[in-house]
Ligand binder design. Sequence first.
Ligand code: GUN
Length: 302
Amino acid sequence: MSARVLSGTEMANEIRAEVAVGVAEMRDKHGIVPGLAVVMVGDDPASKVYVRNKDRAAIEAGMVSESIPLQASTTQDEVLSVVRRLNCDARIHGILVQLPLPDHIDEDTVIESVNPDKDVDGLHPFNMGLLVAGQPRFVSVTPAGIQQILLRSGFDPEGKHVVVVGRSNIVGKPVSNLLMQRRPGSNATVTVCHTRTRNMAEITRQADILISAIGRPRFITADMVKDGAVVIDVGINQIDAPERKRGYRLVGDVDYDAVSQKAEAITPVPGGIGPMTIAMLMHNTLKAARYFVHPHLRELGD
Ligand code: GUN
């Protein structure tokens, strides 16, 4: 039987509509319009599309949106001074520096330069630390999107065995920490696999929920998946497609056709986790503006 397809596009629209209601309320009650700034260094085509989509989503939600494109040759000091300006800009509640950055810029230094109160990307060590400590504040957007797609599709991770493939700071580490939290919507038993894991298929076959964020096209084959598993594909990989005008197409980490014959539910690529990350960025920006207005709420989390 073919798996249920979990449409991130539909769910992201739902979340973005909820955020728009919150933005209107904040404007009407407090006279504050949430503002998001996105900094992009260089002109990677995939990043450009992503940044344009973020800009559009922020405007559609009624927010102030500032995109700051910088040339690939921009120095690290110049990027840091842009971030410092945004840290002090009262119109801007959320700052995101698009990754990856060119090789001559140290990503960790730039991430650490963002004011943690404006870190809607959730990648600052302060916010990562709060998550690990069980007090999540700004959770990075891909993990937050994964949790939302599971919950809104009726797949509560509580008590389930979640296997995460990948240990990146953007996805693997935060999503494993998020889903093991002692709180509703989490409470999973989590195993993390990575490039040095032995007998990976033996582990992934135990997953009730399998999350792949490894960045290798069609890495997860049907023999690695248990019958009836829920499969979340975070990969966005370009593969050659000479028959297409642009010469490539996007595929996930999962061998979709074969795995969808085995899984109970699966996220497509594109149209799965990608749109959810943008929706959660809007959610986090509204949250940052709320904390700006009501600082005492910060310690309470959501
Ligand atoms: N590039 C791909 N995903 C992300 C993300 O979640 N945050 C940032 N800043 N850059 C990215």
